[in-house]
Design a protein around this ligand. Structure first.
Ligand SMILES: C[S@@+](CC[C@H](N)C(=O)[O-])C[C@H]1O[C@@H](n2cnc3c(N)ncnc32)[C@H](O)[C@@H]1O
Length: 249
């Protein structure tokens, strides 16, 4: 935890939440009226999730995509899940980002389609990861139906979208797979309220004591089963990965 977070923690909860709401409002203002493609292109251009520290790597998807413990735990859980399927699966990675995470799962899948709403990022990944035989595509999951595969990963993507965008994304994902593997940041502690709304942007709902839980209203996703695959401690909570199984997929 950095000094700023530590000082923030020392403030009374009500004051802290008011400050965080204000910060969320200021951040959201910068992205108002932009399409999803424009919002996330701007986030990468401005390095709103940090940078790699290497000018040869112009795209950086944030610490959740690079922290060693976070990524290793996720890769171990997903490897074990994929290997339990009795044969390699066809996979779609929605919001693949800089592909630091997805690149480590490629060998456990029969085919790998990696999609993102940022066209320049997809072009860059095509060249950088050419040896991995990944089909990189531009796709906006808010407005486009996902291609049909066995398993879809959507990792730390929904947390950046508004509730109505998440509703549309679910509709576009729901019929396209048997297993939907969802990773979201959830803050810990008392006062947690699932699925509070926010506009699309680089920030997440933990600013307002919230996080995305698809099994709860207003999403209430209807699955045959839901199982947690892993959780990793993060600054103010956990990064949780769950798999939803659908009967018809
Ligand atoms: C925080 S990054 C996570 C990247 C990657 N999933 C990972 O875990 O390392 C979120 C990614 O979701 C992408 N994204 C956001 N909205 C999207 C949408 N509507 N359709 C497809 N990708 C989207 C962003 O461009 C960004 O690359």
């Amino acid at each position: 935890m950095n000094l700023k977070d530590l000082l923030l923690r020392m403030l009374p909860r009500g004051f802290r939440m008011a400050l965080r709401r204000l910060r969320l409002k200021m951040i959201s203002h910068r992205y108002r009226g932009l399409s999803a493609s424009e919002v996330f292109s701007k986030i990468y251009q401005q390095g709103a999730w940090g940078d790699s520290g290497d000018s040869a790597q112009p795209f950086y998807s944030g610490t959740g995509s690079h922290d060693a413990v976070t990524v290793d735990t996720y890769v171990a859980a997903l490897t074990s899940f994929l290997n339990s399927m009795g044969g390699k699966s066809t996979v779609l990675d929605v919001g693949c980002g800089d592909f630091n995470v997805g690149s480590r799962l490629r060998e456990y899948c029969s085919s790998y389609l990696a999609a993102d709403v940022v066209p320049s990022l997809i072009e860059y990944n095509r060249v950088k990861f050419a040896a991995l035989q990944v089909d990189f595509r531009v796709l906006d999951i808010i407005s486009e139906r996902a291609p049909a595969v066995d398993v879809i990963f959507i990792r730390q993507v929904l947390q950046h979208l508004s509730n109505s965008q998440i509703q549309s994304a679910i509709a576009n994902l729901r019929e396209s797979c048997r297993f939907l593997v969802v990773t979201e940041h959830l803050p810990a502690g008392a006062g947690f309220q699932a699925n509070l709304d926010k506009p699309a942007g680089p920030d997440i709902r933990s600013y307002i004591g919230s996080g995305v839980v698809l099994s709860l209203p207003p999403f209430s996703i209807n699955a045959k089963s839901v199982r947690e695959l892993c959780r990793v401690r993060d600054a103010d909570g956990f990064i949780v990965t769950s798999v939803y199984e659908f009967s018809g997929g």
